[in-house]
Design a protein around this ligand. Structure first.
Ligand SMILES: Cc1cc2nc3c(=O)[nH]c(=O)nc-3n(C[C@H](O)[C@H](O)[C@H](O)COP(=O)(O)OP(=O)(O)OC[C@H]3O[C@@H](n4cnc5c(N)ncnc54)[C@H](O)[C@@H]3O)c2cc1C
Length: 541
């Protein structure tokens, strides 16, 4: 595949991978440019049960413990750790190539093959029609694309659960994953008192996940159902948890697709006929160019904006920023205290609660419920106000009943949340501010109070609420939002993802969204990316 391609895509994260899949399926020639850091050693983590490996593998240190003790590694190696040792490559090179200066916003970014999707938690709730509308996304197109994505990546979920009408708006879900002992106890209690909880605004169901419960096989792709080894944070778990890299590998078997790794895209320019993308080729350390009829920028909402600002020489201009705020509620599930838990389990979120208090309705607060084991005692002990030996005893005593609830709050735009590209020393740096207002903080405090009451009713006694620093939710959006009035100004987009003031450049990630519901955004990102790729494909016709 030489010369000008139909579509160039920047980024192999969930957005870029799904945009590429949709375009290749339509017979277009596609080149995907990506920095593309990878860790082939991921495949050598044994496909075996966690407790067996802990008891018997002499090499377990290599995947259970961090390789370095540098500050960045230890910063992300906490209770709600973002990346375990085998996935540390996901944030490699970020500090050098994607600098962010801020005292109030600390994003997690990636230059990996698969982007942040190389380590995501695979929670796949759908947005409801009112949430899509607030984000500016056309409902009918999104619902169609949810179905396409679900069939492509494999999404499992429980269509009979109380939350299904809010979080599982696809006709193609596989059966839900089995829940672990802790979640089963919470679900049993919920089923007894769900009328009372509904009056308080809480519904609960099994978490929809991009985790296979049935095999998925087609040319270039072979993935198995989850083996319930509780090793999903470390190895590949029979490829049961969707990673965008699987899509890229599958596409590499097609003649009309080219993956270009080691490419750090610096800027793009546009003329009547198409787009020219300039990138640093890390194999030669020289500059290269790629020409395409259409360009889909899918570098993640923050870095897509960085590329647009740099390409248009718009330094010092503030763009809006959306990022869900997040808290953890640490609970003890009384029904499990002192009880043994079954070994057979997956490591991802077990349950998803939607809390819809009067001060938010119809908006929800999303609470993902995790059990704790595979992330190991040492992270717990380190965060306990006890000497290590006592911490270890305490940690062992509570482990099977420990319940972590990751709470995300809805997010809307404000003038105190922004990013800006500043020229600096012949290059540039992104600066950011994220300061929620007093009213927003009041709402969040009310969310946490009400939700803690519901958790208590479920038998989960809240021990602590741990706030996280802005950026930790890893849900980013809204930097180049869809124009509300349909005008074609340079730092907005239209509802098909086309960048304002451009004929050939599209934003295929969440940069265009005007609102972020509390639910995980990545299923919607992938559906949206397919939708934007189709819009670009239609223009080519
Ligand atoms: C630990 C963790 C758990 C998560 N859990 C969930 C969850 O359960 N549910 C959920 O919905 N979401 C979750 N997320 C968030 C999810 O991973 C992101 O929403 C998603 O990955 C964003 O996809 P994206 O393709 O838009 O961007 P990214 O994943 O950030 O991908 C960006 C891509 O662009 C490339 N790139 C960037 N800049 C350049 C450049 N200049 N040149 C070349 N390439 C470039 C990168 O290499 C990368 O491939 C989680 C994230 C993490 C880290």
């Amino acid at each position: 595949m030489n010369g000008i391609v139909d579509i160039a895509i920047i980024g192999s994260g969930p957005s870029g991978a799904q945009a590429a899949k949709a375009a290749v399926e339509r017979g277009l020639t596609v080149a995907l440019l990506d920095f593309g850091n990878d860790n082939p050693a991921l495949n050598s983590v044994p496909n075996e049960n966690f407790s067996v490996l802990r008891r018997s593998d002499p090499n377990q240190r290599s995947y259970f413990l961090p390789q370095t003790m540098d500050p960045e590694a230890s910063r992300s190696d906490k209770l709600g750790a973002h990346f375990t040792a085998p996935r540390a490559f996901i944030s490699r090179d970020v500090a050098e190539f994607l600098p962010v200066e801020s005292e109030s916003f600390f994003p997690v970014q990636s230059l990996a093959l698969g982007g942040l999707g190389a380590g995501w938690g695979a929670g796949t709730p759908t947005f409801e029609p009112f949430e899509l509308e607030r984000a500016g996304l056309p409902v009918a197109q999104m619902l169609r694309c949810y179905d396409e994505v679900a069939q492509d990546i494999g999404v499992s979920g429980a269509s009979a659960d109380d939350t299904a009408r809010q979080v599982l708006l696809t006709r193609f879900a596989q059966p839900p994953a089995d829940v672990d002992s802790n979640a089963a106890a919470i679900l049993a209690r919920y089923n007894k008192i769900k009328g009372r909880l509904a009056r308080k605004g809480l519904t609960l169901g099994r978490a929809p996940l991009a985790l296979l419960t049935q095999p998925l096989e087609r040319p270039g792709l072979k993935r198995e159902a989850n083996p319930y080894h509780d090793m999903d944070f470390y190895g590949q778990s029979a490829f049961s948890v969707y990673r965008p890299a699987y899509t890229i590998r599958e596409l590499q078997t097609k003649e009309n697709f080219r993956y270009i790794p080691g490419a750090f895209v610096e800027r793009f320019s546009e003329d009547e006929d198409g787009v020219c993308v300039t990138y640093l080729d890390r194999t030669t350390n020289g500059r290269s160019e790629l020409r395409a009829k259409k360009l889909l920028v899918a570098a993640g909402a923050i870095n897509s904006a960085r590329l647009v600002l740099r390409s248009r020489n718009m330094f010092g201009v503030q763009l809006p920023l959306l990022c869900n705020q997040m808290n953890y509620v640490v609970c003890i599930n009384v029904a499990m205290f002192g009880c043994k838990a079954a070994d057979r389990r997956h490591s991802l979120a077990q349950l998803l609660a939607l809390y819809t208090p009067q001060h938010r309705a119809p908006e929800h607060v999303a609470a993902a419920i995790y059990s704790y084991r595979a992330l190991l005692h040492y992270r717990l002990v380190r965060d306990m106000p006890l000497p290590p030996w006592l911490g270890l005893l305490a940690s062992r005593a509570i482990m099977t009943s420990l319940t972590l609830v990751g709470v995300h709050h809805p997010e809307r735009r404000s003038s105190t949340k922004w990013i800006r590209l500043d020229a600096r020393d012949g290059g540039d740096v992104l600066t950011a501010e994220y300061r929620p207002g007093a009213e927003e903080q009041r709402l969040i405090a009310a969310d946490l109070r009400g939700l803690s009451g519901c958790l208590f009713s479920l038998g989960c006694v809240p021990l602590a609420v741990i706030g996280t620093e802005p950026g930790s939710s890893i849900h980013y959006a809204g930097t180049i939002p869809i124009s509300a009035k349909g005008e074609d100004s340079p730092l907005t987009s239209n509802d098909q993802g086309r960048l304002g003031g451009s004929r050939h450049v599209y934003l295929a990630d969440s940069a265009t969204w005007r609102y972020l519901p509390s639910k995980g955004l990545t299923f919607s990102l992938m559906a949206n990316a397919r939708r934007v790729a189709l819009a670009a494909a239609n223009e080519l016709r």
